[in-house]
Ligand binder design. Sequence first.
Ligand code: ADP
Length: 397
Amino acid sequence: MSNSFVLVINSGSSSLKFAVIDSQNGEAVLTGLGECFGLPESRMSWKFNGEKTEIAIEGADSHHKIAIGKLVGLTEELGLQQDIVAVGHRIVHGGEKFTTTVRIDEAVTAEIEKLSDLAPLHNPAGAIGIRAAMEAFPSLPQFAVFDTAFHQTMPEKAFTGAISNELYKEYGIRRYGFHGTSHYFVSREAAKMLGKSIDESSYISVHLGNGASVCAIRNGVSVDTSMGFTPLAGLMMGTRSGDLDPGVIEFLMKKGWSPERVFDTLNKKSGFLGVSGLTSDARGILEAMQEGHEGARLAFEVFTYRVAKYIGSYMIPLSQLDAIIFTGGIGENSLDIRREVLNNLSLLGFVEDAAGNADARFGAAGIIGKSEMLGAVAMVIPTNEEFVIAQQSVELL
Ligand code: ADP
């Protein structure tokens, strides 16, 4: 039987992640990264059969286009091309237009470009990736998988901001939510692991990476999520503030701060980095805390307290809870952060299973605690967004 591999492309403003994924088991046959696009050090590297190769990207043409062009020769050379049946693109913003994965044609690409107003950094890059891939692989069908799509099931009361409704009608200001592909994947995996039907079970999924969000999933659909109109809302993150009194913005601007400086600070200099004054990286925070660094301790406490508060509040849209699911680089690896979050949830009956928590790391799923009171467990499920992109592309074929 021939393979059905999907070339998965995640195109950023100055970078491009790519992978060839086996749509049957999620295995990454080839993974790679293009970075520093537009700069003299622009380069592209990939890993195949455990071996890493790096090349420079040179030329006046768009570096996205050059990199995707190189994938044609590379997949041919590695003997993968005859098994690639589709190209799947990760697209950040689907607005209210895209509620599911779609096959790409000119109208879809134009619509993604039109949504750039809502995601000015991400959607234009996504569209550049699509156009370059259409040219490089003209015979392959292409699909778009949206970070926002899974959350389009949120009820009106969850996505409506408590501001003038005119702002929604005129500008589309509402909660959209992101990380949808990850929340979708881990909730399905959790249901399988627990032997439950996804249509009759409920989860609070907690994706903790450099970006972080919580999602309430009731009978398989997203009913609320912590990121909002932009990914800045909700949890404290590596460099993002998460929720903040909007009055702070007015205060800083009256002190003479420009809007650019305010939002650069909230997006790039806050979160772990801002509170600790040290690093945006959770591992660095945990190590510094061990050595007695006060800022790191405070960052750890604010982060875990806020994660637990969100989990507590997401009991509201659910009528039962089957599991809290931890995922993302921090959620999959940091037993200390998971333990502290569960400690903060003791009123809901959560107790850590210390052995389970120690075992569920570095790619291993597992149960790390439970609440007898709620009849729920806490668990770890490693996320795999590329697998979802590959599966959904092949399903639509
Ligand atoms: P992104 O959101 O960019 O995809 P990841 O999901 O890879 O990021 O998560 C990155 C975060 O995961 C970093 O803060 C990193 O320190 C953290 N992380 C990775 N491994 C560990 C570990 N062993 N212990 C604690 N944190 C970890």
